[in-house]
Design a protein around this ligand. Structure first.
Ligand code: PEP
Ligand code: MN
Length: 338
């Protein structure tokens, strides 16, 4: 449910409505707008008599939100959301690049990648310290040592860090190292993890589950938002289909409906989506054309020596070419690459 306040409602009247909602054992989410404040309500609304709120001073109208996800829906929050980090902002008008190796392997390759990205105007680097691998025998990431490397390189270069959180035990450490916390595909419905990041002050990059519908994906976002963290960025990374020509099927057709029903920004990961570096540039450009707000893309100083996902990682030269092509395409679309 959404309580829309009058444009002339006073702060005291807004406070009274918030208190009334709390008394009903529901959670109010104030949504200040340019003209008026709205208040989203989450919780079990079945026993609530909406008239008790409707009659409060300063209330203009009550709107029922029909979607099962509330805070993530456009019904509750009409304008597109901007997610702000110290280094950059993700949202309308821009196309944000997040690039980096699949895993933190050592300090030298992380520093080289960060310096390269900074020199090319990219503000966010993604690298995993904790890696979800299909095989228990594969490289699992450097763990805390990887986070320490990321923190030192962030300090030295000023680049923003995106890194994955895999379990609640490491939440404090990942939260400290990250400017954006990544929740991976396999954890999209790990509800204790979602609840933990819902209490974080850091934005969350929420990858789509391997077989998740748009509604399930937005319900996962709702877990994060319901706990008070409204800074969620969605990331399409391909879903599992019968196709065997690519690692996953990159579902760019999810972008227009996601934009229709939700105000959250959406990035695309063409690296996991295709699994092959030769196919990445075409799908990166297609993502921009399809209305995405940016890319999460794997690059590596020496892809053929990578400890994970080398086959889908671009080298610096290929990434530079892609960047030029993205800049050319962004201009007529009215977007700036950042
Ligand atoms: C990754 O981003 O390196 C990763 C493991 O991605 P996903 O969760 O999409 O498989
Ligand atoms: Mn990877």
């Amino acid at each position: 449910m959404l309580v829309v306040m009058h444009s002339h409602a006073t702060p005291q009247q807004i406070e009274q409505v918030l208190a009334a909602i709390r008394r009903m054992n529901l959670t109010p989410h104030p949504l200040p707008g340019a003209l008026r404040t709205a208040i989203g309500i989450t919780g079990n609304l079945s026993a609530v008599d909406p008239r008790s709120l409707e009659v409060l001073p300063g209330v203009f109208e009550l709107i029922r939100v029909t979607k099962p996800y509330k805070l993530a829906s456009r019904e509750m929050h009409e304008a597109d959301t901007y997610v702000r980090m110290p280094q950059t902002t993700i949202g309308p008008g821009t196309f944000t690049l997040i690039a980096g190796p699949c895993s933190v392997e050592n300090e030298d390759m992380i520093l080289r990648t960060a310096d390269f990205l900074r020199a090319h105007g990219v503000h966010l680097m993604r690298a995993g310290a904790f890696k979800p691998r299909s095989s228990p025998y594969a490289f699992q990431g450097l763990g805390q040592e990887g986070l320490d490397i990321l923190a030192r390189v962030r300090q030295r270069t000023g680049i923003g860090i995106v890194t994955e959180l895999m379990d609640t035990d490491n939440a404090d450490a990942v939260e400290q190292a990250a400017d954006i916390i990544q929740i991976g595909t396999r954890n999209m419905q790990n509800f204790s993890l979602l609840r933990r990041v819902s209490r974080s002050t850091k934005p969350v990059l929420l990858k789509r589950g391997l077989a998740a519908t748009l509604e399930e994906w937005l319900m996962a976002a709702e877990y994060v938002m319901a706990g008070g963290n409204y800074n969620v960025v969605l990331c399409e990374r391909g879903v599992r289909t019968f196709s065997d020509h690519s690692r996953n099927t990159l579902d760019l057709s999810v972008i227009p409906p996601a934009k229709h029903v939700s105000h959250l920004p959406i990035l695309v990961d063409p690296s996991h989506g295709t699994g092959k570096r030769d196919y990445v540039p075409a799908m990166a450009l297609a993502s921009l054309a399809a209305g995405a707000d940016g890319l999460l893309i794997e690059i590596h100083p020496e892809p053929d020596r990578a400890l994970s996902d080398g086959a889908q990682s671009l080298n610096f030269e290929a990434f530079t070419c892609l960047l030029e092509a993205l800049r050319r395409l962004a201009e007529p679309l009215g977007k700036t690459i950042n």
